[in-house]
Design a protein around this ligand. Sequence first.
Ligand SMILES: [Zn+2]
Length: 218
Amino acid sequence: MERSVVKFSHCDKDIFCFFVPEQCPECGVSFSGRRLEEAPVSIPNPFSNGHKTPCAFLVAPAEESSLRDFDGGSDLHTGITNTNGVVYNYTKDGVRRDHHGWERCISIPLVKPDMYNLIDQWDQYLEKFSTEQTWDPLWQSFNEENHNCYNYTLMYINCVLATQAKPALSKDEFTQSFILPRIKRASKYLTLCEEIAHCHFYIVDSPPKVTEGEGKSD
Ligand SMILES: [Zn+2]
């Protein structure tokens, strides 16, 4: 069971922890019987169970450390779920259909709940796409550079976009706009968890508060 991170503010600091303590780790003031100025907020966990996110793009770090310096390369494994949470992913042996193993990953939904037609066709599309010759290891072999799990998922996403009459994404666009922001968030979250596990708290200066009337020049 994963612990969740909460943030509260005191002493002009943002204090991240797993449990709000009885006293402020900065100034030692006791919180018992008092209220914090602002309620603690929970920091959303960027990881979820990929098998429970249908029709999604999944990123699973090979190791947690590989999230840190992800550059769009091959240290991450990516896959696509069907409507039942089976993860289709391309490996050296061809396309695998995983029923487990993706319990902790970053999931990016690819369809909106009202896209009924697409959802209806999804499993067929995915199965058909995955049986194309290009993913047959006897026909074309896996290549770390340009024929890997990332190409497989991106090509599939582009096929889906084409059915929606939308333009294809380049590998760069996909990486920059979809993947990197989420990877960064996940990496930051892991750092927080490590710090907290080590020192109980992770404390940073609170960002300056914008008071009424300031910074609202639009
Ligand atoms: Zn304090």
